[in-house]
Design a protein around this ligand. Structure first.
Ligand code: CP
Length: 348
């Protein structure tokens, strides 16, 4: 128990009957936890989440954020729980912030990367998952270059699976921390104009954010080279019921926007020549102070990181007054604390 903090979390969580994602209460749940709007075993993507579930995570993160402002940044909420970070791709922010979030909640954490696991000796993902399950972890955060791997793992193990990014598919905690940051600075998400610009094709961040922001009532405009806007966005446009527009150039997307979210060119995922050159890309699609003048006067600038200064975004914008790039990183810890708490901190 973390005293007032628990109460704050519970007060912030709206009431909704169990959706049946977790087993029904067996007798030791409190009337409060029985009514939580988040009853899933896993967090695999934003597409399948309801508005109530998203708001439950964001409201809970608001309560957890205060813990990181204390001189002793630790509460016993997840004492005795074990969280494995299993990363098959490099990461600075996601892996570190999941580890910090787990440690601030007093969970035990283990980090495994592909290069230091027995995957390098030929062990399959299924056998690796079975072996991890045999050690009874409570949650596994997985990042993998192949879309769908977290979903496969979730079917195979009892532990809660959290998608830390699966190829170009989804990065749900990034979209949640982005939404938390927007809400913190704008007070709302509904009705905002959000421009998402860059390498849409290879961006799990763009996909998760598009699902989340349109669900919560924002209007999203995407822009990027036509070669980097994938055909499957047509189905997302149809799902979004008019809340998503594909723009022909960056100026059209930015004009009047409340939020501008820039994306990195993911050269490591490109199997073909999608761009003439990075120099040309920077000229056509880079965010400069001059282009930012087209946005709303109180527009905020976001980027999931890692940033490539001088390519998709100029240094003046990165370090400027409108940039919330490091706020996003700070908020990532609070959002991941909330996700861990909602998945493994409530006894069924
Ligand atoms: N935003 C993000 O996922 O960063 P990392 O790749 O450093 O985790």
């Amino acid at each position: 128990m973390i005293g007032g903090q628990w109460l704050a979390v519970f007060r912030a969580i709206c009431c909704r009957p169990s959706t049946g994602h977790r087993p029904p209460a067996t007798g030791n749940r409190s009337p409060i936890t029985d009514n939580l709007a988040f009853t899933r075993k896993d967090l695999l993507g934003i597409r399948e989440l309801s508005v109530e579930e998203i708001e439950t995570i964001l409201d809970s993160a608001g309560s957890f954020k205060e813990i990181s402002l204390r001189s002793i940044k630790k509460v016993p909420t997840l004492r005795g729980k074990t969280i494995i970070n299993f990363f098959f791709e490099s990461s600075t922010r996601t892996r570190t912030s999941f580890e910090i979030a787990a440690k601030r909640l007093s969970a035990d954490t283990i980090n495994i990367s592909a290069s230091n696991s027995s995957v390098t000796k030929g062990e399959s993902l299924i056998d690796t998952a079975r072996n991890l399950q045999a050690m009874a972890p409570d949650a596994i955060v997985i990042r993998h270059p192949s879309p769908g791997v977290p979903h496969q793992l979730a079917r195979m193990v009892d532990a809660s699976i959290i998608n830390g990014g699966d190829g170009a598919h989804e990065h749900p905690t990034q979209a949640l921390l982005d939404a938390f940051t927007i809400r913190e600075h704008k007070g709302r998400i509904a009705g905002l104009q959000v421009a998402i610009i860059g390498d849409i094709m290879h961006s799990r961040v763009a996909r998760s954010n598009t699902h989340l922001l349109t669900k919560l009532g924002a209007h999203v405009r995407i822009a990027g080279p036509r070669t980097l806007i994938p055909p499957h966005y047509q189905s997302i446009i149809e799902d979004s019921e008019g809340s998503l527009t594909v723009c022909n150039h960056i100026e059209e997307a930015i004009t009047g926007s409340d939020v501008v979210m820039m994306l990195r060119i993911q050269r490591e995922r490109m199997s073909a020549a999608f761009l003439p050159s990075l120099r040309e890309y920077a000229v056509e699609y880079g965010l400069t102070l001059r282009r930012l003048e087209l946005a709303a006067s109180d527009c905020i600038v976001m980027h999931p990181g890692p940033i490539n200064r001088g390519i998709e975004i100029s240094s003046e914008v990165v370090d400027g007054a409108r940039s919330l790039i490091l706020d996003q990183v700070s908020n990532g810890v609070a959002v991941r604390m909330a996700v861990l708490f909602l998945l493994v901190g409530i006894e069924s």
